[in-house]
Design a binder for this molecule. Structure first.
Ligand SMILES: O=C[C@H](O)[C@H](O)[C@H](O)COP(=O)(O)O
Length: 258
């Protein structure tokens, strides 16, 4: 582990280091976006250099593409790769069913496309992102700039709130301008506190004209690797638990069990 890291970076590094163990020579790998995913890209580049792995790496954002290229990874488009063996990405929240909220960094659309075009998705995270119920982290929704206020009104009606004062739904800003995604869209952040029925919300949001995609990742993530500041990792694996139930002893593994 690199010296002089803060406890949170040590946790992100530990999860990343463990996640790249799942990459095998010849794989087509999706690379996530965010501060945790950036550690994973560095760890992966180290493995590629040390072991001479031949990989095709599909980034989920221009930021990740730049970092990957800088570090010498073979960056290709999803079109070129066709389908992916594995995607490794961060998340803003995960629950006991391994449902996720993503998009804090604004990359949710490409992340969801890449993750769903993968045989397996591994999420890397620190313990602070584990929740019983999703929603404490504002849910990002990518919308087309045209008529975004009307889209916001329709979302407000759906969630039973009001967009008048902008407290429930905020337009993400970058300085004094709206934040633009890689697809040149806007992001609306939904401050819900608690998402009672993520499946219903996700379906209904995506039916609203102007909504491109939302940050709920449901039935997409297979494994969550939680890193800790002391270098330990914990693996939560979907294959070993019954969806809808709380994790039971034996379903949360410490490193080395899988
Ligand atoms: O759009 C960004 C992504 O969904 C990130 O993976 C997520 O926000 C987590 O980022 P970080 O690892 O920086 O907390």
């Amino acid at each position: 582990m690199p010296a002089d890291l803060s406890p949170i970076d040590r946790a992100k590094y530990a999860a990343s280091r463990r996640a790249v163990d799942f990459v095998e020579d010849g794989m087509r790998v999706g690379l996530g976006t965010g501060s945790t995913a950036a550690w994973m890209v560095r760890c992966l580049a180290e493995r590629v250099k040390a072991e001479g792995l031949t990989l095709q790496c599909v980034p989920t954002s221009t930021r990740t593409a730049e970092l990957g290229r800088e570090l010498g990874l073979n960056i290709v488009t999803l079109e070129e790769a066709g389908w992916l063996d594995l995607t490794i990405d961060g998340a803003d929240e995960f629950d006991p069913e391994l449902s996720l909220v993503k998009g804090g960094g604004g990359a949710l659309l490409q992340e969801k496309i890449v993750a769903t075009a993968s045989d397996r998705m591994i999420v890397i995270t620190d313990a602070a992102k584990e929740v019983k119920t999703l929603g404490a982290f504002p849910l990002p929704v990518e919308v087309i700039p045209f008529g975004w206020q009307a889209t916001r009104t329709l979302i407000a009606e759906l969630i039973g709130g009001s967009d008048v004062d902008g407290h429930e739904i905020t337009l993400r800003m970058n300085g004094d301008q709206p934040f633009r995604t890689d697809e040149n869209n806007y992001i609306l952040d939904l401050h819900l506190g608690r998402i009672g029925n993520p499946r219903e919300l996700s379906l209904l949001l995506n039916q609203i004209a102007g909504v491109v995609e939302n940050g709920l990742f449901l039935d997409i993530c297979d494994t969550v690797i939680v890193g800790y500041g002391d270098g330990r990792v914990e693996l939560h694996d979907m294959a070993t638990r019954t969806p809808g139930t709380e994790p039971v002893p034996g379903n949360v593994f410490t490193d080395g069990d899988l």
